[in-house]
Design a protein around this ligand. Structure first.
Ligand code: HEM
Length: 338
């Protein structure tokens, strides 16, 4: 079974080709190390843990939408989808709210310079950002926050080293950013383009969580995850050797007609939706509840504040082409009534 970490290990990295920088705890470890690392930050990421940040995130979304609606139109990928996830990560980490905008700037610069292959600038920004994070990891700690939990956390009976602490934080910054940017962008697109969906959600906002799952199923933000075979395996009759790498294509599993009726159609409400957009098994996404919260707040506020929003005339979706994450490059939205 591909869910067994003894045969399908994460220690060789979870992306093909390898993505530099995500060999961090807990994602690139197998049990027992994985279990011990994950336990340190698990409580902050439960549904209740994430819910603590709902008032702050809702206020940020309302303020941002008020500005955008005033302007009449906006590309909501940079203006909204790229704004909220770093603000949410900064909040759950326990960084001062007034640093939120700087945090957005750093994380965006890191991604932009990496994508442009500008190594010197990428390293400069990374140094500045990690020294900022390290200062917080060494400073005062509120134990309810992730930085507090990491500071208090123990591994094998000892406190975490400064490198372990920094890598855990960096993983959260990376894992929770681009994934959630795309999940928000794609959801706004689906609400605008799936026949009758917007009206159904306005009439019955309780359908929003069901719509969120269907949006994640239809366009999985994380296209695939990888594992490394340990000791050889037999996968449905296919022999795999030790150290062979295996790619699990989540986007494909999410459209499997053996699991989903009308697999290629956006169905809302869908009565059973066992999609794997957040993975499955012991590595299932730790930030799932935070990501769902961000998506729900955006959907609720957008539908309440700009129920008539629509996409710019002639818009054709263009998807990012990357081995791991996938989403829309632009999404021009008109807020005013037609
Ligand atoms: C819609 C947005 C998101 C999607 C689609 C997503 C998807 C995934 C997937 C597929 C995995 C499994 C990786 C594997 O099996 O190797 C994963 C793991 C993980 N995600 Fe997310 N993610 C999202 C948002 C977030 C957020 C907001 C955070 C935190 C701020 C986060 C933190 C993590 C962590 C720490 C892991 C590793 C868990 C472990 O190894 O035990 N993710 N995510």
């Amino acid at each position: 079974m591909t869910g067994d970490p003894r045969t399908y290990s994460s220690t060789g990295g979870v992306a093909i080709p390898s993505v530099h920088g995500i060999l961090s705890p807990p994602i690139a470890f197998d049990p027992p190390e994985h279990t011990a690392y994950r336990k340190i930050i698990q409580r902050q990421f439960t549904r209740q843990g994430a819910a603590r940040y709902e008032p702050l995130l809702r206020r940020l979304v309302r303020d941002r939408l008020t500005e955008l609606i005033d302007e009449g139109s906006a590309d909501v990928i940079p203006a909204l989808a790229r704004y909220l996830p770093p603000m949410a990560i900064a909040a759950i980490l326990g960084l001062p709210p007034e640093d939120g905008e700087r945090f957005v700037e750093w994380t965006t610069r890191l991604l932009v310079t990496a994508a442009a292959g500008d190594r010197a600038e990428n390293e400069r920004v990374a140094r500045e950002f990690t020294s900022y994070l390290s200062a917080h990891l060494d400073g005062e700690r509120d134990e309810e926050t992730v930085i507090g939990a990491i500071g208090k956390g123990r591994f094998d009976g000892r406190p975490l080293t400064s490198q372990e602490r920094l890598y855990m934080v960096l993983l959260l910054v990376i894992a929770g950013h681009e994934t959630t940017v795309h999940s928000i962008g794609t959801m706004i697109y689906h609400i605008a383009t799936v026949e009758g969906l917007k009206d159904r959600l306005i009439a019955d906002p309780a359908l929003i969580p069901n719509m969120i799952d269907e949006s994640l199923r239809m366009e999985a933000p994380v296209v695939s995850v990888a594992r490394t075979v340990r000791g050889g395996a037999d996968l449905s009759g296919q022999k795999l050797d030790d150290a062979e790498r295996v790619l699990l294509v989540l986007a494909s599993a999410n459209r499997d007609p053996a699991t989903f009726e009308r697999a290629g159609e956006f169905v809302c409400p869908r009565s059973r939706n066992p999609h794997v957009a957040f993975g499955s098994g012991i590595h299932r996404c730790l930030g799932e509840h935070l990501a769902r919260l961000e998506m729900r707040i955006v959907a609720e506020e957008l539908l309440a504040m700009a129920p008539r929003y629509h996409l710019a005339d002639g818009y054709r979706p263009e998807w990012t082409i990357g081995p791991v994450v996938r989403g829309l490059t632009t999404l021009p939205v008109i807020f005013h009534q037609r």
